[in-house]
Design a binder for this molecule. Structure first.
Ligand SMILES: Cc1cc2nc3c(=O)[nH]c(=O)nc-3n(C[C@H](O)[C@H](O)[C@H](O)COP(=O)(O)O)c2cc1C
Length: 202
C-alpha cells in the first residue's frame, strides 16, 4: 500500500530557504521509495490573502445559495481541504520568523481549520474530524529555541494540528542555522539523518 505525503513549504526565500533544503531532502528520499508519493504545496508561491468576513460568509452560506464571488472564495479552502484529506502524512517545512510561523502558513491553516469540516464544536470543546493522519514538522531556525519557553512556534503548530485531530506529530529541528557555519552544517546533517529515518518508516 502506498503512502501519500502532502509536503507544505513556507519559506519566503524560495529555493534558497534552509527549510526548503529540509523539504527537498524529504522529497528526494521519498522519491527513492516506490511506496511513497509526494504532493507539494508552496504556500508562499501560492500565497493566500488574510482570512476575512467575506470568505467566512461564503463558508457559512449553503453551497447552492452562494454567489459567484462566494463560490470562488469557498473554493480556496475546499481545494486545500481536498488536498489535505487525500494525504496520509502531512509534512510541513517551516522557518521560524519572528518567533512564529510565516504568515503565509497561518493563512493556509486558516483555510484548513474550518468548523464543520476539520473540527466541530461540542459540549466538551472542539473535536477533530481528521482521522488516521500523521504529521511531520521540519523546523528551520536561525537560533536555538526547541524545548524552551520562547518556542511558541512548535506548540502552536501542534495545537492547530491537534484541533483537526492530527495528534501523531514528529518534529525535526534544524536549529542554530545562523550561528556559524559549523553549527549550521552539524544541525542540517542531523536533521537530514532524522528525515532519512522518518522516510524509511513511511
Ligand atoms: C524575517 C525573519 C525573521 C526571523 N526570525 C527568527 C526568529 O525569531 N528566531 C530564529 O531563531 N530565527 C529567525 N530567523 C532566521 C530563520 O529562522 C532561519 O534563517 C531559517 O533558516 C529560515 O528558514 P528559511 O531559510 O527556509 O526561510 C528569521 C529570519 C527572517 C528572514
Amino acid at each position: 500500500m502506498s503512502t501519500r505525503a502532502l509536503l507544505v513549504t513556507s519559506s519566503v526565500l524560495g529555493e534558497n530557504g534552509q527549510s526548503i533544503a529540509l523539504a527537498n531532502h524529504f522529497e528526494s528520499r521519498a522519491a527513492a521509495r516506490d511506496s511513497v508519493t509526494v504532493t507539494k504545496r508552496d504556500v508562499v508561491a501560492n500565497a493566500l490573502p488574510h482570512l476575512d468576513i467575506a470568505e467566512l460568509g461564503a463558508w457559512q452560506t449553503p453551497a447552492d445559495k452562494r454567489s459567484d464571488e462566494q463560490k470562488a472564495l469557498a473554493a480556496q479552502s475546499d481545494n486545500l481541504l481536498e488536498e489535505l484529506r487525500a494525504s496520509d502524512v502531512l509534512v510541513i517545512a517551516v522557518p521560524m520568523y519572528n518567533l512564529g510561523i510565516p504568515s503565509q502558513l497561518k493563512a493556509w491553516f486558516d483555510r484548513v481549520l474550518r468548523a464543520g469540516e476539520t473540527f466541530r464544536y461540542t459540549e466538551n470543546g472542539p473535536k477533530g474530524l481528521i482521522e488516521g493522519k500523521r504529521a511531520i514538522i521540519l523546523a528551520a531556525r536561525g537560533g536555538m529555541y526547541a524545548g524552551t519557553e520562547m518556542d511558541s512556534q512548535t506548540p502552536h503548530l501542534k495545537s492547530m494540528l491537534g484541533l483537526m485531530g492530527i495528534t501523531d506529530v514528529e518534529v525535526v529541528y534544524a536549529e542554530g542555522l545562523n550561528m556559524g557555519e559549523a553549527q549550521r552544517d552539524a544541525a542540517l546533517k542531523e536533521a537530514f539523518q532524522a528525515i532519512d529515518q522518518l522516510v524509511e518508516a513511511l
